[in-house]
Design a protein around this ligand. Structure first.
Ligand SMILES: Cc1cc2nc3c(=O)[nH]c(=O)nc-3n(C[C@H](O)[C@H](O)[C@H](O)COP(=O)(O)OP(=O)(O)OC[C@H]3O[C@@H](n4cnc5c(N)ncnc54)[C@H](O)[C@@H]3O)c2cc1C
Length: 571
């Protein structure tokens, strides 16, 4: 690849490479607050303690077995934590390979990450390695990105979004000088939200006692954390472009910024504080690193092993069934889609709270159409991450989330990893993915009919926008639709990001990490607290483990039915 065809970001990235064992420099986020959890020694549990108070034992009693259903990031991280705690843990994954939404596609020399592409909060990733007594840098090569993303607005103006305050303000000044002056105040206003969710680790607490919610309410009100994201941001910025670029982050986790609470403004702050990263070889190298880490500490992974039923006896999960095979376990953690797990893997008679009706009444996130494009050409106007926006913001989101119609216009996210890692495509080529948010399957769109014309519309748009010769240089074109989310990932109504992160489905209001219906059953991943996104699901693994340890402590203290279901009366 010539230096001309490989833009500046990749060279900067080469220079900024994360420390390796050979160089053994400090990790770049080493100054960030210590976020890794410390497993507290077992306290003497007292019956008077509330569930949320009990840190729980650091180690599982000898001989205990755990099954994790699914190998998304949440499942892998939970499995590592369980295995490290002493549970003999098995991951059962229905697909041929691990990774879930972070699956990989390789074709004709092009490598595509099929889902997540943007890494934030590296310290949260690091904490998974630390729990297992390993070093992240022995498994992964993390590369910082600069800019984080390039945003093209409908009027042709653009901005390179980064964590560099002065560069950000200089660009914003061109659009609206007063907004540029408000940048620092905005960052100061969202810093305490980030502090509460990430640094104080509310995102890693099960958040399943009423008390935890009641304790949080005054603080959240003071911070404005319950306001819709767009309302919060509008207090600072007037130019619609700034309004968009500081409010769109909930879309990364499937939320509508006009109805996601401002707790999700922790995302732009964590980007600013910890940077945006890429792993050499693509996001799938993070999947492989977690899988290897899990096996290195003695865990077992079985792929092609779809679970048909979670077996329940006397209100307690006792294992799983795959076809004729049953596997006994002391606890079961489901990383499969939460709506799917309750409605398809657990018989109705075991579900008092999460009945089929209630599962169906939840709001699920939007879905996506994703085009995976291998082309024998590169387009330097694309950065590693690029957003191309429609003129419509609120109205387009309304079409996707509420009206559930396929709009004429679209806003796109493009991933061009060759900017940072040339090995992702043949020399001089581009392994692009293009993500288009679309309504989930509740829209009733027949994707077997719509996929082809929709794909053509996207390709036409991209050629007209500036990817000249795109069709002519195509070597690979694969398309993922909401139907594929439903079929390949067992995702309820084909959601791309789980249960929608809106106020009435956040924190205590979200389905809990410990099942409210069944003892010994836990959830991890995008459907439970705190929610979607790689940092979110990794924190959910920590939250689920905290719930498991708490319940184990209560069990050892002889508190009857010490798990989500039985303790539910206290929640
Ligand atoms: C297109 C796209 C782009 C994204 N981009 C980003 C990004 O840039 N940055 C970011 O942080 N996040 C991003 N996200 C969100 C992020 O990818 C997800 O929130 C996260 O990966 C979900 O992980 P999870 O733990 O919930 O499990 P999932 O990835 O949902 O995995 C669940 C697993 O369970 C398995 N399973 C289901 N049923 C069964 C069964 N019966 N038996 C056995 N196994 C079963 C599935 O096969 C799957 O492997 C993106 C998501 C999508 C879809």
């Amino acid at each position: 690849m010539t230096s001309e065809s490989k833009p500046e970001a990749s060279k900067a990235s080469e220079m900024n490479r994360m420390s390796t064992p050979e160089t053994s420099k400090p990790l770049p986020w080493a100054d960030a607050p210590a976020l890794a959890p410390t497993l507290a020694p077992t306290p003497a549990p007292e019956a008077a303690l509330e569930p949320g108070d009990v840190p729980g034992p650091a180690a599982a009693p000898a001989g205990r077995r755990a099954v994790v259903i699914g190998s998304g990031f949440g499942g892998l991280a939970a499995a590592v934590r369980l295995q490290a705690m002493g549970y003999q843990t098995t991951i059962l994954e229905k697909r041929a390979r691990v990774g879930g939404r972070a699956y990989q596609l390789r074709q004709a020399g092009y490598t595509f990450d099929m889902g997540p592409s943007l890494i934030t909060a590296p310290e949260v990733i690091q904490s998974v390695f630390e729990v297992a007594g390993k070093r992240l840098e022995d498994y992964l090569d993390l590369i910082p990105l600069d800019p984080y993303y390039r945003i093209y607005f409908h009027d042709g103006s653009q901005i390179d979004y980064s964590g560099d305050a002065e560069r950000m303000k200089a660009q914003m000044r061109v659009f609206a000088p007063r907004d540029a002056d408000r940048y620092d105040a905005f960052m100061r206003a969202i810093e305490p939200i980030h502090q509460a969710i990430i640094v104080d680790r509310l995102g890693a607490q099960p958040f399943d006692t009423l008390r935890s919610m009641i304790d949080f309410i005054p603080k959240a009100i003071k911070l404005g954390a319950f306001l819709p994201v767009t309302t919060f941001v509008r207090r600072f910025f007037k130019d619609p472009r700034h309004h968009f670029m500081f409010s769109f982050h909930p879309l990364f986790i499937g939320g509508n910024p006009f109805r996601s609470p401002s707790v999700y403004l922790s995302i732009p702050y964590l980007e600013r504080a910890g940077g945006v990263w890429f792993t050499r070889g693509g996001m799938y190298s993070l999947v492989e690193a977690f899988a290897r880490l899990f096996e290195d500490i003695g865990g077992t992974i079985r792929c092609g092993a779809g679970v048909d039923e979670i077996r329940v006896e006397d209100g307690r999960a006792v294992g799983v069934r795959l076809g004729q095979e049953t596997i006994a376990a002391d606890l079961v953690v489901s990383n499969a889609d939460l709506g799917f797990t309750y409605s398809r893997l657990i018989a109705p008679e075991h579900r008092r709270k999460w009945t089929d009706r209630r599962i169906d009444r939840l709001d699920y996130t939007m879905s996506c159409v994703v085009l995976y494009i291998g082309a024998r050409k590169q387009w330097p106007k694309l950065a590693h991450h690029t957003l191309i926006l429609s003129k419509r913001y609120k109205a387009l989101l309304h079409d996707i989330f509420q009206s559930k119609v396929l709009a004429e216009d679209f806003s796109l996210y493009l991933h061009a990893p060759t900017r940072t890692d040339g090995s992702m495509a043949p020399e001089g080529g581009e392994s692009l993915y293009v993500l288009v948010p679309v309504p989930n399957l509740r829209a009733g769109i027949d994707w077997s009919v719509e996929a082809e014309p929709f794909t053509n519309r996207v390709l036409d748009f991209l050629e007209a926008w500036g990817l000249d010769g795109l069709r002519e240089h195509l070597e690979v074109l694969e398309v993922m639709t909401p139907d594929d989310f439903e079929q390949d990932l067992s995702s309820y109504v084909g959601n791309a990001f789980g249960i929608e992160p809106k106020l009435t489905q956040t924190a205590w209001f979200r389905p809990h990490n410990a099942s409210e219906d069944i003892d010994g059953l836990y959830f991890v991943g995008a459907g439970t607290h705190p929610g979607a996104g790689v940092p979110g699901v990794l924190l959910s693994a920590e939250a689920s483990l905290n719930a498991i340890r708490r319940d184990e402590a209560l069990r050892q203290a002889g508190v009857a039915g010490a798990s989500g279901g039985a303790a539910g009366g206290m929640r």
